[in-house]
Design a protein around this ligand. Sequence first.
Ligand code: ATP
Length: 281
Amino acid sequence: MEFAISAHGLRKSYGDIAAVAGLDLEVRHGEVFALLGPNGAGKTTTVEILEGYRKRDGGEVRVLDHDPAAANAEWRARVGIVLQGTGEFEELTVGELVRHFAAFYPKPDDPDEVIARVGLTGKAKARTHGLSGGQKRRLDVALGIVGRPELLFLDEPTTGFDPEARREFWQLIRELNTAGTTIMLTTHYLDEAEALAHRVGVIAGGRLVEVAEPSRLGHREQAPATVSWRTPDGTVESAESDTPTALVAELAARFDGEIPGLTVTRPTLEDVYLRMIGAAA
Ligand code: ATP
């Protein structure tokens, strides 16, 4: 079983709308895979089919060597799902809720430890309705990982997080992955995909249009570099170059040493992503 997830020719329509239109996808064991795509591209539909929460119209799907459409309780216990807004049970405390969820699984993690990992120890005795948006999201994550899943689905996990909470969350994801959890996440944050994912898949119009390592998406590492510098009269000049090293050497000779205001940049993941979905549309 090489792949944790494989889908071939996956299709799902809602009336006239082909939400997923022949999608092929493979996620390796131990991988962090990020699914990117504009609103309405078919990410949620795809992920819900993989999770066993939505019926497909066609195609082959294997998730942890089972067809999610015929999922049993044993398979469900191996798959963690972080949904938005699971952790809103008005009258329960954080600790009670995580313990309650832990009881559904055959080999759960220690609830207090899970609460600590998501940074909610100080809120363990607080009722869930009093949590901030970011704290509720952390609780959603705690509920998704307390069963010690082999495969974890995260749907836009850091929406509403402050920058520090995002960095802490990324660290948590890396730790889970290092401990062996395969992770599939959807996100609209390109920096998040770049920071976490081994590979990203771009979905547009219900199809996967490219899969690559973040640094290689859209032949990004071969794209021309933009070199800019400041001239002696103070204006900024820039040039695109396929051979930026040669250009920098030439500039260094021209300035006889340090080049004022030198920057060398390549297209960002966001640049190539926007170009890609523009072309797909
Ligand atoms: P977003 O980034 O906005 O969450 P997405 O990539 O997750 O978007 P989906 O939610 O999978 O996209 O939607 C794909 C298409 O299917 C959209 O055109 C959407 O309007 C349509 N769609 C999704 N769910 C339903 C539904 N239950 N009934 C009818 N149409 C739906």
